[in-house]
Design a protein. Structure first.
Ligand SMILES: Cc1ncc(C[n+]2csc(CCOP(=O)(O)OP(=O)(O)O)c2C)c(N)n1
Length: 297
């Protein structure tokens, strides 16, 4: 039922997503890997830049918004999920990817995350998890390890670290995955599955922040991640998925950890849409506002 015209010369290419603006991330930032994986996943699914909406929160990751082609929306800090889900509900055939940092998503905008998961809005949420507030120069977020000296908390934060995965699983998610910014092939596979999932896809991308995160470095992450599928993990097993997602004491599981393909998405459960052959975006009334604008001229 896609209405997105695909490129008739054989589908989109990586070059179609190229933008003349140069990346400004620090050398070694995990955002480079995630940026590459997102473009590759879209290309491999045959989705051209005009066939996707890429939404960005405010933060280092949000600086991706003008470093690739596509319909892009850069919103307010902690608020990427409301506008991404709103766009998707208006036009459900449009793939919508929402990017947010751990500061934005697990501190400032955590309420939106709660309701996006329990509502099962059919969008992809990519958590750029560098375990700190990067753009504002390395303050502790709720995912910073307790006791780590950070810029505004040189003695470490007094609070314990939020167990983000246990929190996510408590909300009955329908898709949970975890990737690592150094493993691009795996991120591409995760993102392709997430984009095709009919529901809220929570994708935790562990990423290096070489400037402000001196604890979970690229090398540390590389040594600690493992591919859960390679060890026989069954992503339909909710209890096992929750267990291996939550327990990061020795190793960190990656890959598609949980997926429920049977759960209806928010749109599927929307009673007022039942029996309609059009989407909300098709029903938008065109109104001439010229008369109202005159008082501002
Ligand atoms: C409502 C609001 N609160 C705070 C800020 C200041 N601010 C901008 S970016 C940022 C930190 C972003 O950290 P995170 O969301 O983890 O993303 P990262 O920069 O690490 O990718 C903060 C606190 C803001 N712009 N708007």
């Amino acid at each position: 039922m896609t209405r997105i015209p695909l490129d008739n010369t054989g589908g989109p290419k990586m070059a179609d997503y190229h933008h003349k603006n140069q990346c400004t991330w620090c050398d070694g930032c995990g955002d480079y890997g995630i940026w590459t994986a997102v473009k590759r996943a879209l290309v491999e699914l045959g989705i051209p830049p005009h066939g996707v909406l890429l939404c960005y929160d405010v933060g280092c990751h949000g600086n991706m918004s003008d470093k690739l082609q596509g319909y892009r929306f850069h919103g307010l800090h902690g608020r990427v999920l409301p506008f991404a889900s709103g766009a998707k509900l208006a036009n459900p055939v449009l793939p919508v990817l929402a990017h947010g940092g751990d500061g934005a998503s697990f501190s400032e905008g955590i309420g939106h995350l709660v309701h996006s998961i329990r509502s099962n809005y059919p969008i992809v949420f990519i958590l750029h998890n560098n375990a700190n507030y990067g753009l504002t120069t390395g303050q502790a977020s709720s995912l910073t390890w307790q006791g780590q000296p950070m810029n505004t908390s040189p003695n470490g934060i007094p609070e314990h670290t939020l167990n983000s995965m246990d929190f996510v699983f408590s909300l009955e998610p329908t898709f949970v995955a975890r990737g690592f910014s150094g493993h691009i092939d795996q991120m591409v596979q995760i993102l392709k599955a997430a984009i095709q999932h009919n529901g809220f896809a929570f994708v935790d991308m562990l990423q290096a922040c070489p400037t402000y995160n001196q604890f979970a470095t690229h090398e540390w992450l590389m040594e600690h991640v493992y591919d859960a599928a390679a060890e026989g993990h069954d992503p339909t097993d909710f209890a096992q998925a929750r267990r291996i997602a939550t327990d990061t004491s020795k190793r960190i599981s990656t890959g598609i950890l949980y997926q429920n393909t049977a759960a209806p998405s928010f749109y599927d459960r929307l009673k007022p849409r039942e029996g309609r052959s059009t989407f909300a975006v098709d029903e938008v009334q065109k109104v001439d506002v010229t008369e109202y604008m005159k008082e501002f001229l």
